[in-house]
Design a protein around this ligand. Structure first.
Ligand code: BG6
Length: 501
């Protein structure tokens, strides 16, 4: 649903941004609020309270907000809303581990409510490094800021990464559940804010023609690619503790996979959708250590060229160990052990510094029998349906056709639908829908505790095997390529080929 189509103003609330001086707030959160406000979807009294250790005053935070709007908000109406909202914001400077600051926060929220008539509904947005998640929730809890009273809700949005491995994700879930009920927790996966990701459900279940063939009878295999042409940029410090598998697989890739492969939910309610996703994740076969090794590939980029410009190797990036063994690419072959997908492999891959930025889901159908065309000079290509998540959001169907002329020859044609030709440019940052849904208590697009843990359960054995057997050949792919040769071999062994690469 686009912002313009949302027809009701979100529940009145105050949004407290913990980490208000950081990049996420500047680039995404404040601009998204401006877009929501300009679309008339925020209540008149909605306001923001910034909370961070930076020693802003309310005045200087307002100036910072205004500069931010000038830099990151494109739409004139949204800019105007941003300038107005800036004048209503407040700021609290303090350390996240200092219980006294949370008392001040409580007093500030109370005084805003009594003096300015702001709501007592509150979202606490944890836009901080993950090491603060637990202590912020604990302090909010101890100060009774997470306590809900009749007619008044309290919700917490937690950014990724949610845990560093299975054990830490479980512990984080346990720790925060001491102060929050599950329906107060909104774990962000920004992929779910993307219109094209949300459209997977509409595409599959709102069209009569696809669902009947969405299974092992008609589908040969599925390829999910999340390729980035960027490197690690300034995030070397974080990436050195993460790597591509932790950074992308349990969250973004598993979201794409579960939406593509899940059974139809009984309704679009948050739990109905999330139950189906969970079931799907549970059906993914983990395999023995040998199987994990043979079905997964890791890579690290060396120097290379992107858009004809030379770019450095991962090991030469800022804040990266020159002997780093961290992977910047991962590919996996996954089998889903359920009735619909038995025998249909899902190949997933993600990497940095790949030839082009491209996130897509490619469904390859079984080939038609070749009896009629066995003597034609061209080979029958299997049909493919490609959901282009980004960039160039759209859908392509590749089909075979006769090349005009007296000799029977086959060629491939692509039927492509571009979203921009139908619904206009998609609005904003992708965070608008997520914020709006949280304000309305709709958790559909957020990760539930079990989903986060299932994502980690899936990759933990692979991380363990990889740790026990460090990669010997890093760097093993050139920046600007489609990843290491082993990634191609993963499909070649099955007589298949990546669509791109
Ligand atoms: C983030 C990862 O979650 O997603 C980044 O931490 C990655 O490493 C980013 O670059 C990709 O997001 P998008 O929206 O650009 O595909």
């Amino acid at each position: 649903m686009t912002l313009a189509e949302k027809d009701r103003v979100a529940d009145d609330c105050v949004m407290v941004i913990c980490g208000a001086a950081g990049d996420l707030t500047r680039r995404l959160l404040l601009p998204s609020l401006c877009n929501l406000g300009a679309a008339g979807l925020l209540s008149d009294k909605f306001t923001v309270v910034g909370f961070a250790h930076k020693d802003f005053t309310t005045e200087s935070f307002r100036d910072y907000f205004i500069e931010d709007v000038k830099e990151f908000v494109k739409d004139e109406k949204a800019k105007k809303y941003g300038f107005e909202l800036a004048q209503r914001t407040a700021y609290l400077s303090g350390e996240f581990n200092d219980p006294a600051v949370y008392q001040k926060l409580k007093e500030l929220l109370e005084s805003l409510a009594t003096e300015k008539g702001t709501s007592r509904n509150c979202i606490f947005y944890l836009a901080t490094p993950p090491r603060f998640f637990c202590e912020i929730v604990e302090n909010l809890g101890l100060a009774e800021l997470t306590t809900e009273q009749a007619g008044q809700w309290r919700r917490v949005i937690i950014e990724k990464p949610f845990g560093h491995d299975l054990a830490s994700a479980k512990k984080l879930n346990q720790d925060i559940s001491k102060f929050l009920k599950e329906d107060q927790i909104y774990r962000i996966d920004h992929y779910l804010g993307k219109e094209t990701v949300q459209n997977i459900i509409a595409f599959r279940f709102a069209n009569g023609i696809f669902e009947p063939i969405w299974n092992r009878r008609y589908i040969d295999h599925v390829q999910i690619t999340v390729a980035e042409s960027l490197g690690v940029e300034t995030r070397g410090n974080y990436y050195e503790t993460s790597g591509a598998a932790r950074d992308m697989v349990p969250n973004h890739l598993m979201q794409l996979l579960s939406l593509t492969a899940m059974e139809p939910p009984i309704s679009l309610s948050a739990d109905a959708v999330r139950d189906e996703k969970s079931k799907l994740l549970r059906a993914i076969e983990i395999g023995s250590h040998e199987e994990i090794l043979s079905r997964s590939v890791r890579g690290q980029y060396g120097a290379g060229f992107i858009d004809n410009k030379s770019v450095p190797a991962y090991r030469a990036e800022p804040s990266v160990d020159p002997h780093s063994m961290i992977e910047t690419f991962v590919a996996m072959k996954l089998n889903i052990d359920n009735w619909r997908w038995a025998g249909v492999p899902f190949y997933v891959r993600t990497g940095k510094r790949m030839e082009e930025r491209s996130t897509e889901i490619a469904i390859q159908f079984r080939s038609a029998p070749s009896i009629l065309f066995k003597n034609t000079p061209t080979h029958l290509a299997p049909n493919q349906l490609i959901l282009h998540v980004q960039p160039n959001e759209g859908i392509t169907l590749n089909i075979g056709a006769k090349v005009p002329g007296p000799i029977v020859k086959l060629g491939e044609i692509s039927m492509t639908m571009n979203y921009k030709d139908y619904f206009g440019a998609s609005l904003g940052t992708g965070y608008e829908t997520l914020l709006y849904d949280c304000m309305n208590g709709d958790g559909t697009l957020f990760q539930r505790a079990d989903m986060v843990e299932l994502g980690w359960e899936l990759i933990q054995p692979m991380l363990d095997v990889w740790q026990a057997l460090p990669a010997r050949s890093f760097p093993n792919y050139a920046a600007g390529s489609w990843g290491p040769k082993e990634s191609d071999d993963l499909l070649k062994r099955d007589g298949r080929k990546w669509r791109k690469g």
